[in-house]
Design a protein. Sequence first.
Length: 212
Amino acid sequence: MGDRVQGLLPPSARLALFAGLIVAWFCLIRSFGEGDVYAMLGPFGCVVSVVSWALYPSAIRHWMQPSRRAVGVGIAVGVVMTLLTYPVYALAVRIAPSLEAQGQTLYVGARSTTLPKALAWVVMLGVAEELLFRGAWPATLRNYMSAPAAFGVSLVTYALAQAGTGSWIVVLLAFGCGALWTFQRVYTGSLLSPLIAHLIWTPTVILLYPVT
């Protein structure tokens, strides 16, 4: 990763801090399906965003600079992902009918508050996920391993952090979407590109036009 990163803490301290935030994410998301999951996870996402930006201010500003390539790829990937989700889900339900009941359960958890509040928190959490898992965390790991390895470890930890929901579907979705967004991050050199795709797909499929 050729981006120049700036941190306020030494690499070892940043490593421990971000690892702690990821563990906390896993623990907080365990409340999914047990009331308003956004009550604690939403504000925590704000903390994650602030910490990520504070420790890598110049790097994140650089990664978030708009360009035709970054914006174009982000919009294209977000739209294609969204359009493909519905037929893929329909096919998956035909193959494994039990998926529909699991999907409905997940949607109940995602709608644990009013739509405007849920939408605002989903957007906030999407920003936090990109700043952390495609930005600050791989940048920190880069001090200890190669760029491909850092992005690979970050992808795995991103999927595992969602395991707190107790749903293997969420973990698989996180890994699949995370792999695509990580590829975007590497291909475009931009954090804005995967963020755009993320903010198109997640609110649409999770809240606005559910697949089930």
